[in-house]
Design a protein around this ligand. Structure first.
Ligand code: NAD
Length: 436
């Protein structure tokens, strides 16, 4: 469903009227390419050598133009005094950041032995989220916390994440704190434009909606995709697979042997496993029969646990593999009428946090989640008008996201060079005010 309000505020009379009435001012997001250079600033004393990585983002160094992106290295911020350097660095430039531009702040882990450093580093989160809420014009602000011990390895471990956050692919990702750790499991691809070449990716629930966009994006980055969906959707799944040069797998993911059947269908193993299939069966708890509860828990959570366990146990997820599950802001903030759905999506967060370190240690596989906010799909088009309008506007970008925004975020987590990103739950929600 088209967002007519967004189109209206893009016209001169629309802008005039909505400003006069104090209504939200969404800016059309740039999903093609960012125009402008990159400004690299620092606060506090830093050892991080980011220049080679930033040079590879494709954004030219920009000292006095209208930057498309600003990277502030705040890893050296150790106390309240050095926090003033954050203000000093960004205060003069924030106004000049281009529309749909990016601000990325780099932070360090909180030092348990130094509460002054911990206070100053935690302060960066409140700073980032507040700037994200006020910056406007489609601009995003995110914090990347580098938990790597050595400055040399931190810059390369963060490369795929910086490339993502400094590109149009992250148009609907704002106000996030993303941890990047040290790992041996990151591999720079031969070709950054086709990072998934030679990799097999299975996407559940990929016949339509967000899953279809994920399959398309992964295929566009070189992956051989397997489009999995329920037998009733086999025809759409086949069509999507044909279009993408992949294969379709008609399978209800809640089948007790779904993991074994996936493993049998992919003798060469899997490199990327995307748990996207999901359902809603909304009712308030007082009116919710047990079958509505269990069907949602089964598709959204139990089947994710079951198939992940089966595929890992069978060694069917190759080393260097990536698992991305789909949570939701309803799982973080809660939502009336969705006790079943909210429980299932919060369960995904628990799964990811617990499994991620073990899956990496034992199988060389990362496990992360995307948590979409209001995404323009058939699911949200069916929401009553007023609730839909509230869902669209109640985020810093004052609009809904597109399936491609979730797909691009998933592709970054699935990237061979994203091995340092593990156990993260990344919201694709335009910095929703819900559960913030
Ligand atoms: P959708 O209903 O358009 O698509 C879901 C797909 O999953 C369908 O093709 C369906 O056939 C498939 N599916 C359902 N049960 C299955 C099963 N048992 N086995 C195999 N496939 C099954 O939904 P969507 O809006 O594209 O959402 C995709 C995911 O994103 C879901 O997990 C959803 O909860 C989550 N999400 C969506 C939004 C949003 O705004 N649309 C917000 C937050 C989270």
């Amino acid at each position: 469903m088209a967002d007519r309000y967004l189109s209206f505020t893009g016209t001169a009379p629309g802008r005039f009227l909505t400003r006069r009435l104090g209504l939200p001012q969404p800016a059309a997001l740039e999903r093609g390419s960012l125009t402008g250079g990159l400004l690299h600033l620092a606060a506090g004393k830093t050892d991080l050598d980011l220049a080679p990585v930033l040079a590879r983002t494709g954004l030219a160094r920009d000292e006095d133009g209208r930057p498309a992106a600003v990277v502030l290295d705040a890893t050296g911020v150790r106390d309240v005094d050095s926090l003033a350097e954050v203000h000093a660095a960004l205060h003069p430039v924030v106004r000049s950041v281009a529309a749909s531009g990016r601000v990325v702040v780099l932070g360090a882990p909180l030092d348990p032995a130094d509460h002054h450093q911990a206070a100053a580093q935690q302060a960066l989160e409140g700073f980032t989220r507040s700037l994200g809420k006020e910056i406007g014009r489609g601009r995003t602000v995110n914090l990347v916390r580098l938990t790597t011990a050595s400055a040399a390895s931190a810059a390369s471990a963060a490369e795929s994440t910086l490339r993502f956050l400094l590109s149009p692919a992250s148009a609907y990702v704002s106000g996030q704190v993303i941890e990047v750790a040290a790992t041996a499991e990151s591999a720079a691809p031969d070709d950054w434009d086709l990072p998934l070449a030679g990799r097999t990716a299975l996407v559940t629930g990929a016949a339509r909606g967000i899953g279809a966009a994920v399959a398309e994006t992964l295929a566009g980055q070189g992956a051989q995709v397997v489009v999995l969906d329920v037998p009733q959707a086999e025809q759409e799944a086949r069509k999507a697979a044909e279009r993408l040069g992949g294969t379709a797998l008609a399978l209800d993911i809640t089948a007790a042997d779904a993991g074994e059947r996936i493993a049998a269908a992919l003798p060469g193993g899997l490199d990327v496993l995307i748990h996207n299939a999901g359902v809603t069966r909304d009712r308030r708890l007082v009116n919710m029969p047990a079958d509505r509860w269990s069907s949602v828990l089964d598709v959204n959570l139990a089947s994710v646990l079951r198939t992940t366990d089966a595929l890992l146990a069978a060694g069917a997820v190759n080393r260097g593999g990536r698992i991305v599950a789909t949570a939701s802001i309803a799982g973080l903030a809660g939502n009336a009428g969705q006790t079943n759905y909210g429980a299932s999506k919060a369960g995904i967060v628990g799964l990811v946090r617990s499994l991620a370190p073990r899956a990496l240690a034992e199988h060389g596989v990362t496990v992360n989640a995307v948590a979409p906010g209001f995404i323009e799909t058939k699911m949200t088009a069916a929401v009553p008008l007023l609730i839909r309008e509230a869902g669209r506007r109640m985020n810093s970008l004052a609009q809904g996201g597109l399936p491609v925004d979730v797909a691009e975020t998933t592709a970054w987590l699935a990237h061979p060079a994203s091995g340092a990103v593990n156990g993260q739950v990344v919201r694709v929600c335009g910095q929703s005010l819900l559960g913030a």
